[in-house]
Design a protein around this ligand. Structure first.
Ligand code: ADP
Length: 445
């Protein structure tokens, strides 16, 4: 272990060492330069001056360096003390305000003479105060979990776009009425299915959106994400009051509010952004902001992009999304080869096992020999038509879901098909989605 001496010992030791070495070697050096006693006396004097100058400069350098360290530490301690005092004043105010609402409106609700409208108003205000208190308690719990290093990240597979839509829907009702609100999604479909901690991502965005809405009266709030290199970069933009340059770094500090000394216009403990910063770093990213007072702010944070697309095959993913059972077998009967190929291609791509036949007789035989989940029968086939085939199939296996498909889309066909024993009807041409949707209606859970 490295021995760390206190500053006063270190400086004295260095002083003594330099003095000792100087006395030891400087006289010998002078003897090499001259042996003349007069010159030697002069040089001795210069040597003395030189020694005083060098040690003086060194002393100045070391003491100054040490004092800078001490002064910065003192500044930090003072700032932390000031923030703590502010925090205590603030927390007492922040807790008392919603508590006041909760106690006050509970009391008012006890009055039996209030009408329904007043009761609804009080209940609404009571619930607002409770939410406010809950968010303060949650903030405090989060920061203490982060401080103690107990905050954990739980990554799982989820759709980022679904989260963004969800946030948009839940935030929209609380956005101020003169503010335009929008969401931008930077990835499409399967590319937006990622592995990360959705709860924490939502928490950061939720916090930033709450702030954006808090510090704006009218204008615009937009949030979203885009792919940037190997990261996903999220943003929350507002055209609100903005933050001046000197406060831009500090707002991420615990308990820091950009208006701590002025008239306190906004509620909050100054914890939200420090929680966001800690969470972003736990998620493997970083957080920063760009802002101009009076114009607005943009908060950014990143997380590494881990798409599920790399992990699973496309087939497995779409099966998972649509919840297609593993053991699903579809029997498709159609005398038109392109139609048969079209249906087989769609179902194959979904990982559904398909048996194809080209006439009604083979369809009946296949039902006899195989365990079929859903039957898809063309109504107009040579030999045994779809109508005749289903009647025979119903005597063998009365419960297999059967879907009729035909190019003659007349309402009469539909009714006839249902009364012949089909469960459903698909009119050609049908889309991939229509086919899958109809089949999945009959999957067994
Ligand atoms: P608070 O609970 O006070 O909102 P935060 O940590 O979330 O705490 O934010 C710290 C400070 O940063 C706020 O007090 C506010 O002054 C400033 N701030 C945060 N977001 C914004 C924003 N979108 N626009 C302007 N100022 C903001």
């Amino acid at each position: 272990m490295r021995l760390k001496l206190k500053f006063e010992f270190r400086i004295t030791l260095i002083y003594l060492l330099i003095g000792f070495l100087w006395i030891l070697f400087s006289d010998r050096l002078l003897e090499l330069v001259t042996s003349n006693p007069v010159n030697l006396t002069h040089l001795q004097t210069y040597k003395g001056w030189f020694y005083v100058l060098i040690t003086g400069l060194l002393l100045y350098y070391f003491i100054k360096r040490h004092l800078i360290k001490l002064r910065t530490a003192e500044q930090k301690a003072k700032e932390s003390d000031r923030l703590k005092t502010l925090f205590i004043q603030n927390i007492s105010h922040e807790i008392r305000t919603p508590m006041n609402g909760i106690i006050g409106f509970s009391e008012l609700l006890k009055n039996p003479d209030i009408d329904d409208e007043q009761r609804a108003k009080y209940i609404n205000l009571l619930s607002k105060s409770s939410d406010q208190l809950l968010s303060i308690v949650n903030g405090l719990l989060d920061i203490s979990l982060i401080e103690s290093g107990s905050q954990k990240i739980n990554s799982r597979e989820f759709s980022l776009n679904a989260i963004m839509d969800d946030l948009y829907e839940t935030t929209r009702p609380v956005i101020k009425k003169d503010v335009l609100f929008s969401v931008k999604k930077g990835l499409h479909g399967a590319d937006s299915v990622i592995i990360a901690d959705d709860v924490r991502i939502k928490q950061i965005l939720d916090n930033l959106l709450n702030n954006a809405n808090k510090y704006i009266e009218k204008g615009e709030i937009a949030f979203g994400y885009k792919l940037k290199g190997a990261d996903i970069e999220f943003f929350v933009k507002d055209t609100g009051i903005g933050i001046d340059r000197k406060n831009q770094e500090k707002v991420f500090d615990r308990f820091y509010k950009a208006d701590p000394e002025g008239n306190r216009l906004f509620e909050g403990l100054g914890l939200g952004l420090s929680i966001c910063k800690a969470l972003a770093s736990l998620l493997g990213g970083r957080i920063w902001l760009e802002s101009e007072p009076g114009k607005g702010s943009v908060f950014y944070f990143t997380i590494p992009y881990v798409p599920v697309i790399k992990k699973y095959s496309r087939k497995a993913r779409s099966r998972q999304k649509e919840n297609i059972p593993d053991d699903m077998t579809i029997l498709v009967a159609d005398d038109d080869e392109p139609s048969l190929k079209y249906i087989k291609e769609i179902l194959d791509n979904k990982g559904i096992h398909v048996i194809t036949v080209s006439n009604g007789l083979d369809a009946v035989k296949t039902c006899r020999k195989n365990k079929i989940s859903v039957i898809l029968l063309d109504l107009k086939m040579p030999g045994l038509s779809g109508f005749d085939a289903i009647k025979q199939i119903r005597t063998i296996c009365p419960d297999i879901p059967a879907i009729a498909q035909t190019a003659y889309a007349m309402s009469m066909d539909r009714e006839e098909a249902i009364s012949a024993g089909f469960d459903d009807y698909l009119a050609k041409p049908f889309t991939k989605e229509q086919l899958i949707e109809t089949i999945l209606k009959y999957k067994k859970n």
